[in-house]
Design a protein around this ligand. Sequence first.
Ligand code: COA
Length: 260
Amino acid sequence: MNFQTLLTSLEEGIFTITINRPDKLNALNKTVIEELSQTVDEINNNKAVKCAIITGAGPKAFVAGADITEFLSLNAGGGEALAKKGQEMVFNKIEQSTKPIVAAVNGFALGGGCELAMSCHFRLASENAKFGQPEVNLGLIPGYGGTQRLTQLVGKGKAMELMMTASMIDANEAKQLGLVNHVTTAEELLPKTKALLELIMTKGPNAVGKVIAAVNAYYDKSQDGFDAEAKLFGNCFGTDEMKEGVNAFLEKRKADFLNK
Ligand code: COA
């Protein structure tokens, strides 16, 4: 796939998306949002793609936020439309993807960058990563889901403090707060992320997708999470994948979920 602002590659089922505006610290302008939206469609529609990584180009930034140069021309309606469009085209679509999408945070993850990482199913960070929602510095609040997902991940009090003070936290504090799962050296970030995805790819992909849907149901006010879980659990029964997994256990062999 050819993009203006992204680099992509597909290797052994892992689709890697690299936001590639390093001279602007990979800030999310309109083009990045539109192109990211296309890549999420590719993840969902291309059978060869089993899972994905989102990362940033260069040694300094994952994504340093929405592109601030696009803000001054907007009025209230334009601001709301920008937030809604981004939420629907990218952030909610990533969260709801049934194939795992993981953020490899390699530097600044600020504003929309922190929101992009938080919309992924989980996050790894390099030691030099920095997280924050600094929108109040600009007289703004997060608009790509940050007020909701940061609260989900770190709890109300800490989310309030981070968003009200615009403070940046480092990778280790982000790990302590539950915002990231693992902290690595810069060199180890992609290998460690890939190793986790390789492990996930040995599991039943249908079941992995249903884990994502069931966990997301916890946060979805329109449905009861326990009912959603029971339904998704039921939907696993009778599938070739479930037969393979259960038979492999009973036959004391490793399950082979490929093409099931
Ligand atoms: N939107 C647009 N451009 C951005 C940007 C953003 N969110 N973040 C960084 N850039 C640009 C800078 O304007 C600069 O461009 P220039 O070289 O043409 O002047 C370039 O990226 C490098 O950034 P710079 O500020 O010079 O790097 P730094 O190391 O001094 O500072 C940050 C790094 C991340 C602390 C600083 O860039 C920053 O505060 N960025 C904005 C963060 C933010 O508020 N994000 C939320 C937006 S809602």
